[in-house]
Design a binder for this molecule. Structure first.
Ligand code: NAD
Length: 300
């Protein structure tokens, strides 16, 4: 079923760093958004952007045609669904944009369908900057009809919407992509540290690798050393950016999924360990490219 996208009643639960600006973009697109967050300050900020504040999560979704959740982790989503699914009108479209475990995403989908609703997983890439600018990429796990229904809603918050497959496929794409990113950032960082010790300047290595087979996003857009890419967080003391804590979380989800599938993914697991250690040792709020500082410190 394709939704009439004129102007929708949307319930939005989880108005934090990402959810707040996403809800604001839905308001700008002409939708009536009713929101809820456990933190009163988050709710007040969203109100300032035109979101109607609800007194509870259940109230936020009672009259909604579409319900969007943007919560920290799978356990929050499943706990919220226990309250939201019975409160919503039949056949409401539930859209979870949080980054969560693939298994939790499939459970959330099943619970929603069993309660008489439709459900999609639609995690995002693009961070707070993309959420604010409305330029997020959405990775969607959904049936064809539900994808057609959710697409125009997501387009109000993002630039690219990709249908990755059935329930859970959006989360699968998100953690696989971020596993590539986490590993490649460590690879690029190790190369700079080794190059440095061999007397190679950062710029020389960048000039070669960025136009040779070492080319990748971690190098050419988010370069972990200051200088070669002026916009990269390395030039501003690694102010995030994409926080190392979130990279640690996503790599942990990838490692958990690999374990459940009986796959070794050795580099993915090692990257998960390195990022977890880095986040625990004061790196949590820094951009994930700051992992290079630990590689330098660990020099023998
Ligand atoms: P955040 O902590 O800023 O926001 C989460 C919000 O959910 C908080 O305001 C919290 O109070 C609220 N919340 C928790 N439980 C709730 C409940 N039961 N009812 C109502 N509100 C509740 O986190 P964020 O940075 O906005 O991230 C949200 C999700 O997006 C996470 O899954 C994260 O991994 C993912 N993500 C974040 C980024 C990023 O750069 N921040 C990028 C991509 C994906």
């Amino acid at each position: 079923m394709t939704l009439d996208i004129g102007s929708l009643d949307i319930g939005f639960v989880g108005l934090g760093n990402m959810g707040g600006p996403m809800a604001a973009n839905l308001v700008k697109a002409g939708h009536r958004v009713t929101g809820y967050d456990l933190v009163p300050e988050a709710l007040r900020q969203a109100e300032g952007a035109g979101v109607r504040a609800a007194a509870s999560a259940a109230e936020a979704v009672r009259d909604a045609q579409v319900v969007i959740t943007m919560l920290p982790a799978g356990r929050h989503v499943l706990a919220a669904y226990a309250e939201l699914l019975p409160a919503a009108r039949p056949d409401t479209l539930f859209v979870d944009c949080s980054t969560i475990d693939v298994a939790d995403a499939r459970t959330a989908h099943e619970l929603a369908v069993r309660a008489g609703h439709r459900a999609v997983d639609a995690p995002v890439s693009g961070g707070v900057v993309g959420a604010t600018a409305g330029t997020l990429t959405f990775m969607v796990g959904a049936t064809e009809p539900d994808f057609a229904g959710v697409r125009p809603v997501l387009e109000a918050m993002g630039r690219k919407v990709v249908h990755c497959g059935a329930a859970g496929a959006g989360q699968a794409a998100k953690i696989c992509n971020n596993m590539i990113l986490g590993i490649s950032m460590i690879a690029v960082s190790e190369a700079f540290v080794l190059g440095e010790s061999l007397g190679l300047s950062h710029q020389a290595l960048f000039d070669v690798a960025s136009t040779a087979s070492g080319q990748c996003w971690a190098l050419t857009s988010n370069c972990p050393v200051p200088g070669p890419v002026p916009a990269s967080p390395a030039n501003r003391d690694y102010a995030a950016g994409f926080a190392a804590a979130l990279m640690a979380k996503d790599l942990g989800l990838a490692a958990g999924a690999a374990e459940a599938a009986g796959l070794p993914t050795e580099l993915g697991r090692r990257a998960a360990e390195l990022y977890a250690d880095f986040a625990a040792a004061d790196g949590a709020g820094l951009d994930f490219s700051a992992i290079i500082t630990t590689l330098k410190e660990n020099r023998a």
